[in-house]
Ligand binder design. Sequence first.
Ligand code: NAD
Length: 499
Amino acid sequence: MSRTIEHLIGGARVAPEGPRRSPVFNPATGEQTAELGLATRAEVERAIGVAAEAFPAWAATPPAKRGRIMFRFKELLDARADEIARAISAEHGKTHADALGEVARGIEVVEFACGIPQLLKGEYSRNVGPAIDSFDVREPLGVVAGITPFNFPAMVPLWMFPLAIAAGNTFILKPSEKDPSAALLVAEIAHEAGLPAGVLNVVHGDKEAVDVLLTDPRIEAVSFVGSTPIAEYVYATGTAAGKRVQALGGAKNHMVILPDADLDQAVDALMGAGYGSAGERCMAISVAVPVGEETADRLVEKLIPRVEALKVGPATDSAAEMGPLISDIHARKVRGYIDKGVEEGAKLLVDGRNFRLQGYENGYFVGGTLFDRVTTDMTIYREEIFGPVLSVVRSGSYEDAVGMINAHEYGNGTALFTRDGDAARDFVSRVRIGMVGVNVPLPVPVAYHSFGGWKRSLFGAHHIYGPEGVKFYTRLKTVTQRWPTGIRAGAQFNFPTMG
Ligand code: NAD
């Protein structure tokens, strides 16, 4: 291990100067592959200064020109998707196919940002009064910051900065310290696409760096994605300092299976949504809610052999369906949750705690795990596990299932599997969740819609990317204008009136 991951400030790599370092690991092998310099207050302040200096010229650049850089950025990302996916897997551990999917979903946001001239257009009203016209424009905010989690090291940064900078802001990105290389690579590619120096800066760090971004008066807005306790802290601290904040937090996503659902389809959906990316997705389904004992029995019977047969392996194994967890600490935490589930009386049907992979004994692997007869008072139901653990909570009725989802503190995503259009319609209108799927297990909105949960899954008024993202990264200015009678009218001798 000799690589030190650097910051990207003012268009150039900058070696970290502070004494604090953080290790980066390959989760499949447990080997340290790099180290990271955790930015000091002075380093973050310098990056903010660079971004503030770059702002006036960038904001004055015609949106169509900014959009053209986004077009070029998209082309380069397409061409280098494989390289980015490899950078993701090397530090995160997810399979190559899954990492490619992450890159593709990130690129879609860049595609959306290419249309920025159209997205910034305001409304115009003629003759709001006699010879008075009114129009509005959306203006960039200034320097904005993004703080991102480990689980989508390229996609979540791409949820934020393309739209923010296309709208005319300058940006400071603080990626997860656990897997920072993919974000850095993507930011460098943005520079290759023609982004002027200082418009997009990357500083690595932890709470010390985040706290500077949350309190420095030169930062106008903060986008955050991560766990709920930190999201709440970021929202409270950032808004107290007068900033606009959107802070997306954790989740516990339920999938309801009605008796009339196609069970094979539901099982396929649960396998992908529950165990894909080892369950480390904020939209992962972690609770299956079959309605009625018979549905539950049939579902569980079909799930057991599938979970037992899950192919777990390193990203370099193209047959692997899921990889390791992000860290040793996290793998221990997930095993601890499984212990707790057993202790609290849930029925453990498939146990992933002792999973070992030959040649990867030091990797952070936990095998696919399945619990039945989980109840709503259990810790494994209430808390986000963020691992390959699916809980089956049997529900006596559709009404109970909806009530359970609505009572949960999180409100990110949910899905209903049924063939009954009436039930689906009722579910969509009554469920208190931000993103709802009908026979779609991972209802992640496409880039021209917006992403966000309800309740304690999102703090702030705006969802992320899409039309809501444009609103978040701009402020509205409304102009009402009247021009005095000009030379066109010739000399005027009588007293002017409004009539
Ligand atoms: P995390 O909250 O630990 O870290 C997120 C970011 O906050 C990182 O950049 C980290 O450096 C920083 N951070 C950590 N502790 C901090 C502190 N005390 N003060 C200030 N900053 C701090 O989250 P994570 O473990 O990287 O990511 C997993 C979590 O993210 C899960 O809860 C998952 O549900 C959530 N997530 C949510 C969404 C969503 O869209 N709602 C998307 C992806 C991930």
